[in-house]
Design a protein around this ligand. Sequence first.
Ligand SMILES: Nc1ncnc2c1ncn2[C@@H]1O[C@H](COP(=O)(O)OP(=O)(O)OP(=O)(O)O)[C@@H](O)[C@H]1O
Length: 805
Amino acid sequence: MEAKLWRQEQEQMEQVRNKLQARIDELEPEVAGLYDQAADIRKRFWEEVTINTSTYEDFEETFYTINQQSAVLAERERGYKLLTQQWKSMNRLLPSPYFGRIDFQEDGLSLSEQIYIGVSSFVDNDGLTFLVYDWRTPIASLYYDHSPGQASYVTPTGRVEGTMELKRQFQIQNGQILNMFDTSETIGDELLQQVLGKAADSQMKSIVATIQKEQNAIIRDDKSQMLIVQGAVGSGKTSAALQRVAYLLYKHRQTIRADQIVLFSPNPMFTSYISTVLPELGEENMQQTTFQEYLDYWLGSSLRPEDAFDQIEFVLTAQGSRGYEARLQGIEYKASEAFLQALQNYGMWLGREGIQFNGIRIRDSGLITAERMRAEFYGYDRSLPLFNRVALLQEWLLDELASLERMERQAPWVQEEMNYLDTEHYAEVFEMLHKEKEVFDLTEQIAAVREKMNNKRREDEGDFDFAQREEELLRRRIVKESFKPLRKSVKKFSFVDVKGIYGQLFVDEAAYQEKTNGADIPSLWPEICRQTKERLLRSELFHEDATPYLYVKEMIEGVRKNTEIRYVFVDEGQDYSMFQYEYLKKLFPRARMTVLGDFGQAIFMQATSLAASNSPLVQLFGEAETSLFCLVSSYRSTREIVEFAKSMLPGGEAIVPFERGGQKPLLTRLDSGEKRATQIVADIAALKAEGFDSIAVITKTAAESREAYEALRIQGGKALQLITKETLRFEKAEMVIPVYLAKGVEFDAVLVYDASPEAYGRDNERKLLYTACTRAMHRLHLYTTGNWSPFVQALPANLYEKAPY
Ligand SMILES: Nc1ncnc2c1ncn2[C@@H]1O[C@H](COP(=O)(O)OP(=O)(O)OP(=O)(O)O)[C@@H](O)[C@H]1O
C-alpha cells in the first residue's frame, strides 16, 4: 500500500489515540475519586447514622437517615461503575483502537462517512462524532456483510441504503499499524490467514476482527425463539456463540444482564477454555454449566447418576461383556422420541391407576399408609394433571400430620421419651411454663376484677397445675420434634415413590405395554429391565436413565422453572437427546434457545440431528419460531488436515477447508508399543523445537489414556499431563487426553496414539477418530503398531505421508 496512505492512517490513528489518552488521564482522578468517595461513605455509613429507637419518631428519623445514606452510596457506586466501564473500555482501545474502516455514502447524502470499527465505541469531545464504532452497532454490520459497492444495513428504524466506497483492515499493535489491507472480499483472506496461522492457546480468543458473513448472521439474529446452527468441524460455532452473547448483551444492555444468559458446555474444562472471550470484549461472562451439573443438582443425594463420560467409557471398553448389547440398545431407546412418548402415555396411565407412594411412619409404626394416600389421590378430580393432584395430596398430608401430631401426644412412647430427656429440654420447658404462668396470673387478676365488678362469682375457679402443664408441654415438644422431619419430607415430596414409579416400567413386556399404551419395545427388553432395576436397587441411575427419570419426577411433582434466564446456549448440541431439550425448554420457560452442533462429531450414544428436515429439534418451538443456519467452511485446521479428516466422514464432501496450507498428516507404523512410545516422545520434542507448544496425544478412552501416559513417561515424556474428566482447566502444554474430553478444543499438533482397527474399527468409532483428527490446527500424526484402522485404509494415499521407518 502506498506510503502516503499508510502515513495518513498512522496519523489518524495517533490522533484517536491521543484523544483516548487525554480522556483516560481526565477520567483517572475521577474514577479514583469516586471510588474513594464510595469507600469513604461505606466506611462512615454508621457514623453518620445515629440509631435511636426509643420513640416512634426517633425510629422514623433513624429509618430515614439510613435510607438517605444508602441512596447516596448507591448513587456514588453507580457513578463509579459507569465511569470505570468507560475508563476500562478506553484502556482496551488504546493499544489497538480499531481493526476496520469502511467509507460509506448513504443514498441521498452528499458526503461519505469514514467509519472506524473497534471493540467498543469512542465518541469525540463534542459528544456526537464517533471516532470508533463498536463492532456491534448496526452500521458496523456493513463491514462483515458487504464488499465495496451497493450495501445496506438495518437499524431499528429501517434499512439504510448506500454505497460502500472503501473497506480497509488493520492490524495494530501498541499504537503501530503492522498491516493494512484494502479488501474486496467480505472479510479479506489475508488477515484471516494470519490469525489462523497463529499458535493454539489454552484459552479461546475473540474473533471480532474477522467475523465471516455467515457467522455474522448467526451472531445478530434476534428474531426466533430457537436458533439452530449445524456447523462443520472448526467452522466457528463456539466462536459465533460467544460473540453472539456479547452482541445480545450490547443490544439489550438496558434489559439483560450477563447472568440471565446460560451456556451449556460439554465439560468443565471447556468452560475454562472459553471463559476469557467475553471479558476480552469488555463484557461479563454469562453463566456456564454442564448438563451433568444440573442432573446432579436436581436428583439430589438420593440417587447417584452415572455421568456421560463413564457411559461412553463403558460403551467403548466393555464390548463382549455380559449384557453389553442390551445396554447399548437401552441407551439408544431411552434417548429416543419413542421413549419420550411412552413416558407421556405412562403419565396418563398414572393419572388413572398405579401411582406409588411411600407410607409415612413414625418410630416403626405406620401413620399414613401408602394405600390411604392412593385412595385420597384417586379421589381427586381426574381431569386435573398429576402434579396438581400431588400438590393437593401434599396439602392433605400436612393437615393430617397436624391432627395426628395432636393425637400422638398421648402415645406410650412419648412417656418413655420423657424419662430420657436431658436438662436442656427441661430448662426450656420450665422457661415456657413461667411465661405461661405470668399470662395465667394476669388473666386471673382480670377475672377477679370482673368478678368484683359484676358482683358474680365465677363458675370455674382458675388453677394453674404446674406438673400437669409441664407434662403437656414436654409431650407436645417431643412429638413436635418427631413430626418436624415428617413435615419437611412431605414438603419435599418424599411421599412420592419416584424410584418405584420409574422402576415399575421395567418389570416385563406386558406391564410396559399396558402402562404406555402399547409402546414399541426393543428386542432385548428383558435384559434392559434387569439392568435398570439392578441399578435402581443400588440407588444408582445409568446416565441414559437420568433425564427420563427427572422427566417422570417432574411430571408428578411439577416442573422446576427458572424464569430469570432469557437466553440458553447449548454448545456441542448434537450430544443432547430430545429428552434433554424438552427438559431445558421447560426449565427455562422465558428463554430463547441457541443450539450449535455438528452431527459429524456425534460421538455419544444419545444424539440429535440438528439440521435434518425432520429434526425433532425444529419441532421443539415449531418451524415458524425456528431459524436454521449451516456453516460449511472449516477454519481451525490446515487444508491438508481437513481434506484428510473429511474423507473419513460420509457426507464430509460438503466441508470446505479454509485455504491455509501445511504438511500432510503423517502416518507412522511401528512394530511394538515400546517403539511407538519412544517415537512419540521424539516427535513431541521435534514439534516443540519447531515452536508448537500445545500438543495433545489423543486416545480413544480414559483407560487408554492412562496406559499411554505410563508408556510415554517411561520413554522420557516427563512433561506430559494426563487429562481426566476431573481436570478443570488445561494449560498450554503437552498432554494425553481421551477424545471425548477434547471436544470443542484445539491444539497446535495432535498425535493419535493408536489408529489401529482394534481402536477404531466399528462404525460408531469412525466419528471418534474424525473428532480426534480435527482437533489439530497445524500438524497431525497417527500411529499404529499393527494394521491401520479401516477408516484410514479407505483414504486416498495422496492425502497423507508415511513415515519412512
Ligand atoms: N471468523 C473467524 N476468524 C478467525 N478465527 C476463526 C473464525 N471462525 C473460527 N475461527 C477459529 O477457528 C477455530 C475453530 O473455531 P470454533 O472452536 O469456534 O469452531 P467450532 O465449530 O465450535 O469447532 P468444533 O466443531 O470443534 O466444535 C478457532 O481457533 C477459532 O478462533
